[in-house]
Design a protein around this ligand. Structure first.
Ligand code: BTN
Length: 319
């Protein structure tokens, strides 16, 4: 099926006869494979009598050599999968099988993409970026402090470099344009966080996705924002370069050195919010973050700080 996709990826018309000859199968076998492509990968294919078959839009696949050409300073080995349950899950499996870090896991499609707080991350084929970078953490908790917030800074810079000017952060690490989510970040740890451990930095960016009925929150994509298709290999390279830059600064100086920059990029700075943790809720006004990346809220005139992966922020109606 993927060989057929290789033939069709240019977005031009190909006759059933030519496709059959290239694959060494009959025209009816080509037809069956096309049906499978449409059903399993959700890729619309135009069928025009006398012309043949054409993908609704051309595809550019992820390619490790191209990424290395664009960003030669990134020496991370890259594992690319056509389809995987979750790049974070695969990265965690690979940590146990290899001792070489850092490394990067990418996929064209995730069948069980994971979001924060147990949510699903909808991950259609060849449209978006599903990115998991594995780092070895030696300094224990200090190197983890504010790490997910720093990743958010790297992602918004890469988005801006790619033409999405309106990208802002929402604590702890959502990336929004207006009130719509364009990217999400999920860090997962393996090992002893107080000593030596590995962290998987999972990043999902909605790149060329234009429809997704299953997404249960307001969302947008780079293509919807900029009006043009984005080359995902260039984007992967830009995200890598920004991550390298921000992770180096974080490693040397800690989150405190990036606290002010993070607040400048926080779209909900000064807004009235509700902080939700399960069934409990606190109302306050966002003051910013502290030196560890915890949220600072003004609650009835008193400054309070909050941290933890299960927390989420909502704007209050009066905000
Ligand atoms: C969120 O809920 O905002 C976090 C979404 C994180 C999604 C990315 S996609 C790559 C990596 N693999 C996963 O299964 N999840 C993360």
């Amino acid at each position: 099926m993927l060989t057929l996709l290789e033939l069709l990826k240019d977005g031009r018309f190909h006759s059933g006869e030519a496709l059959g000859a290239a694959l060494g199968v009959s025209r009816s076998a080509v037809w069956k494979q096309l049906q499978l492509l449409e059903a399993e990968l959700n890729l619309p294919i135009h069928k025009v009598r006398g012309k043949g078959y054409q993908l609704a839009s051309p595809l550019v696949f992820l390619n490790a050599e191209q990424i290395a050409l664009i960003a030669p300073s990134l020496a991370w080995p890259i594992h690319i999968y056509d389809s995987i349950d979750s790049t974070n899950a695969e990265a965690l499996r690979l940590v146990n099988a290899t001792c070489t870090t850092p490394f990067l896991v990418l996929a064209e499609q995730q069948m069980a993409g994971r979001g924060r707080r147990g949510r699903k991350w909808i991950s259609p084929f060849a449209q978006n970026i599903y990115y998991s970078l594995v780092l070895r953490i030696q300094d224990g908790l200090r190197q983890l402090e504010g790490l997910s917030l720093v990743v958010g800074l790297a992602v918004i810079q890469a988005l801006r470099e790619s033409g999405v000017q309106g990208a802002v952060l929402k604590w702890p690490n959502d990336v929004l344009v207006g009130q719509k989510k364009i990217a999400g970040i999920l860090l997962e740890l393996v090992g002893d966080p107080a000593d030596i451990c590995h962290v998987v930095i999972g990043i999902g960016i909605n790149v060329n996705m234009q429809r997704a009925d299953e997404v249960d929150q307001q969302w947008t994509s780079m293509q919807l924002e900029t009006g043009g298709a984005v080359d995902r290999n260039i984007l992967v390279a830009l995200v890598g370069l920004q991550l390298q830059r921000y992770l180096d600064r974080h490693k040397v100086s800690g989150f405190a050195a990036l606290q002010a920059e993070w607040e400048q990029n926080h779209g909900w700075q000064g807004r009235s919010v509700s902080l939700i943790a399960g069934v409990s809720r606190v109302d306050g006004v966002v003051l910013g973050v502290d030196r560890q990346g915890a949220l600072r809220l003004d609650v009835d005139g008193v400054e309070k700080t909050y941290s933890g992966g299960e927390l989420s922020l909502r704007l209050r109606d009066d905000s």
